[in-house]
Design a protein around this ligand. Sequence first.
Ligand code: HSE
Length: 316
Amino acid sequence: MCSMRTEIMLFWVVNMIRVISPATSANLGPGFDVIAVALERPEDSMEFCEIDEGIEIEVKGYSVPVSPEKNIAGIVANKMLGDFKIERGVRISLNKGIRPMSGLGSSAASSTGTVIGISELFGISMNRDKLLEYSLIGEKATSGSFHADNISACLLGGLTIALSEPLKAFRFDVASSIDYVAVLPDVEVNTREARKILPKKITLRKYSSNLARACLLVRALEEGDFKKLNIAYEDNLITPLRSKLVPFYYELKREALSTGAEAFFISGSGPATLSLLNREKVDARDLAEHLKSFYLNKGIEAEIYWGKIGEGTRVT
Ligand code: HSE
């Protein structure tokens, strides 16, 4: 909650900013560290209130540190207040709807949400590249790496292509016929650890095979072309190594594809998976429930989310 001043004196309400920050799914098979989509659900919501000094954090929902030095929102806020010489403080109330270590862009949501919240609260004007640069600070603090895929989709919504050098992101629309199903089994995967198992070298043949699929994937998603999508989503570089981080990955994939999914991937570094489907043929909720039952039959609890490719972080 905001300060008493803000609650009682309505004309001070401008000192509070509320932000919604969506979950995202990165890589989408061959697009490692480059391609990502924003998801309609789940999401984080955050409130930012100006206070006299310091950074205070309160957390609801999934558990994350409340200490500003350890909380991603605190780290990003601290950097912004310092860099832009803001001689005021901020209280951040974070309702964490995206489970950390899920592969659904939890750290990107906290980070990007904070960049938007702090810039709105204190009237800091930043172009898209600067918003990305500051969002990356929180992502780097969590994963130890500079991947900009999740933050790009979180900031811009839709389907995004992220470049690391120079840091830039581009948004594309996904055909309205495409729905997603995200299945999150009750295990945790730390992105930092999941990056340690990545290959150090790849063959030119594998590189060009993945590159071709990544290009085709973007066109397939824009056009809603399921024939293209069916051949574009396979990844020969990262998925074979990371599949062991997702319980029953190959069985789940078979189940999803045989129940109507047109594409199936590890979401980010897992353990969540993402299925894409043709909403005119398959009911996303049915597929989600089916995959949840698959896990329950294996003795594993799972959360499920479904919907359309969503919008980016927004002030509400
Ligand atoms: N591209 C990143 C990775 C996303 O796969 O490590 C992490 O969510």
